[in-house]
Design a protein around this ligand. Sequence first.
Ligand code: FA5
Ligand code: MG
Length: 439
Amino acid sequence: MLQLRIFSAVQNCRCSYRSFHSSSVTSKYADTLEILGDKYHTDEITNVTPSILSKIPLQVHKQTGHPLNTLRSIIESHYPDFSHFSSFNPLVTPFKNFDELAFPKDHPGRSVTDSYYIHKNLMLRTHTSAHEVEVFSKGEDKWLLTADVYRRDEIDGSHYPVFHQMEGARLYSADASGMKQVEEDNERLSRHLKMSNIIIEDIPHISPTNPVQRTHDPVHSELVAKNLKLSLNSLLLRLFGSTASEEPLRVRWIEAYFPFTSPSFEVEVFFRGKWLEILGCGVVIQSTLDISNVEGKIGWAFGLGLERIAMILYSIPDIRLFWSTDERFLSQFKDGEITTFKPYSKFPSCFKDVSFWNAQGSAPLHDNDFCDLVRDVAGDLVEDVKMIDSFVHPKTNRSSSCYRINYRSMDRSLSNEEVNELQKSVVTRLTDLFRVEIR
Ligand code: FA5
Ligand code: MG
């Protein structure tokens, strides 16, 4: 999330449609929401939609035979001496999701345009890192944690507002004996990786733009960063080594920024002609360990995007398929086995454009507000949404936007009437909630 969209989010940072219009439209929220059997009050920033709430109980990463469950267990078996967690509650405080991890107060990830809030003190976690302090506080040094995470995001074949991450972390004693252990592990992993048939583009472990932390010994930090990269390269080899038979898999390490790690990295894999980001990671920021009452240790953490990895492994072309209940999808997979997905058919798509003037005197509608509205109306029948035009009238200063919505079902052909109905609902909601004027 968190760094790629900083610029657009900072520029557009403002309230979600719910709070933006709370004074002018009838609230679509009851005073309380029931989630996983418990009731929660709503307030003026509540922005979680029914389509998101419906996903919370599903827990597809724990369904026997589901590709995400198989992937989770393969990764867990690659780290046999790590503790495994997969049942943490998705509702967390913003403090846990952000403050404990040293997110600045004005970080755009906190805004209602980027995250789903139940009320101002409770949100859906946006990443599995939200549980780092909780797990480190238990005294765990080597652990994996899998969970559903939630983000208001763009709509296309590799982004979905609910997806799964696996957090992994490993701590060492920040002394000579701990570093000896890291060195031994690094040697073991380097030997193993020599046999790799993956092309890995690497970058320095530490650089002026990806610095060592002030309180860290640079030699320790370098060794730990190297250990992190070797551990993940070894996982990638385990996951992709055998599928790379025709053409070797191309993997690249890039510098990244996260408030809770330094140095930080992301990994991208070349898939279907494009670089696809599959994980973020880095050397854990010392304040996280301090808050967790962990003393005298240094270590790394990573967060894997499970759908993205599963898409590559199983050749699953669209991220929506992970939510399919269609037997033609589910029956293709066996527990513990990675098989190539056979598309049952590509059904025709149908696009519709909507152009509108934004409400007089207000900023243009945020992309994520538009996407959530469309997702709420059309669910998984929407394949992608793109803004195709925007401009500001030179005389009136009024802004105008045009979006193209591409409708396609994964399971059947959509009729013209059905798509027209969906589009009509999108337009009605748009005018009701945002007071835009259709052009
Ligand atoms: C994070 O969420 C960090 N918490 C990762 C991390 C953990 C960094 C520990 C350092 C230490 P990021 O926002 O890049 O980082 O997301 C991690 C991965 O989740 C991405 O690489 C991508 O594979 C996946 N991902 C992100 N957004 C989506 C989305 N909308 N749909 C599907 N997958 C996504
Ligand atoms: Mg990222």
